[in-house]
Design a protein around this ligand. Structure first.
Ligand code: BV8
Length: 250
């Protein structure tokens, strides 16, 4: 838990010249009102990933998949970053060698001011042409909320647009993966708000350990990563991060 010795150990590792990498998942946005995917109140509770977050599902029924994403976009548009996003944004300014990796597609880290953000699974605010037509760019931002018709269509070829996220069975952007792997060569690696079941994101903690990083998990619940990190802080990120931040020299 977050007692004196744990806090002291953490504060000692967060030195001005430390390479710090933080990987986040849906739990970091929970306090902002964005539903998580798994667990009792999770999104997946009513859906199966195979039914919605795959290219096969989209090919089968683009409208159904878009009903889910358009619903999430409308919900996320009403949410604001919470203290966890804000503290991480301040750390991205405070520590010269700080990297934020996220599995989240909600854009709340960016809205809190973290820049850059390594988005492993893309952005719910991006779209791309499902047909990949020559006239359309690879992807672009479209903040329309709600879309008037589902699926939204490509202005160039009239085909359906798809959400600019990475679905199960789709490869991640290799440049993003390389940047994430490089960021595991760090002094401190935090993993917070993730159930640590989706790969290759879930594999980053092991890489950080192999590089000798102090690894820390901030999550009220245990995960498959809990047994491999140096420090488990079983509390919510929006409570933990401000307390750790307060220990840092002003
Ligand atoms: C790929 C779409 C290869 C976007 C999502 C081994 C290696 C490589 C791949 C695999 C592998 N084994 C299996 C695979 C395949 C698969 C996979 O990992 N399957 C799992 C289920 C076994 N991986 C893939 O398909 C990936 N692609 O590897 O491609 C390839 C190569 C070449 C050619 C073709 C293919 C693609 C993975 C991306 C999938 N897309 N979603 C969207 O709609 O959002 S995944 C989905 O889960 C979300 O994107 C989300 O980001 C991700 C992870 O969820 P979490 O963020 O962890 O959220 P969750 O609800 O699960 O947990 C929340 C946690 O927060 C909980 O632990 C809770 O306790 C905690 N919490 C709650 N409140 C708080 C809190 N913590 C802190 N504070 C709080 N307040």
């Amino acid at each position: 838990m977050l007692d004196g010795p744990v806090l002291d150990r953490l504060a000692r590792t967060l030195t001005p010249d430390a390479r710090i990498t933080v990987m986040t998942g849906a739990g970091v946005s929970a306090a902002s009102g964005v539903p998580t995917f798994r667990g009792s109140t999770g999104l997946w509770r009513n859906f199966r990933a195979e039914d919605l977050a795959t290219p096969e599902a989209f090919a089968r029924n683009p409208r159904t998949v878009w009903e889910w994403y358009d619903w999430r976009r409308q919900l996320i548009a009403r949410c604001v970053p919470n203290r966890a996003h804000e503290i991480l944004a301040s750390w991205s300014r405070r520590f010269p060698a700080f990297t934020l990796i996220t599995q989240n597609v909600d854009g709340l880290h960016e809205r809190a001011g973290t820049d850059p953000v390594l988005r492993m699974h893309g952005s719910i605010w991006d779209v791309s042409c499902w047909n990949g037509c020559a006239a359309s760019p690879p992807r672009w931002r479209d903040d329309t909320v709600p879309f008037t018709a589902l699926p939204p269509t490509c202005a160039h070829c009239g085909g359906p647009l798809r959400p600019g996220v990475v679905w199960f069975g789709e490869p991640l952007d290799p440049e993003v993966v390389d940047a994430c792997l490089d960021a595991t060569r760090c002094d401190v690696f935090f993993t917070s708000g993730t159930s640590a079941v989706v790969y290759p994101a879930a594999g980053l903690v092991a890489h950080a350990r192999r590089h000798g990083a102090t690894t820390v998990e901030v999550n009220p619940e245990g995960t498959p990563a809990s047994g491999e990190v140096d420090l488990v802080i079983a509390q919510p990120a929006e409570l933990v991060l401000p307390v750790v931040d307060a220990q840092l020299p002003r």
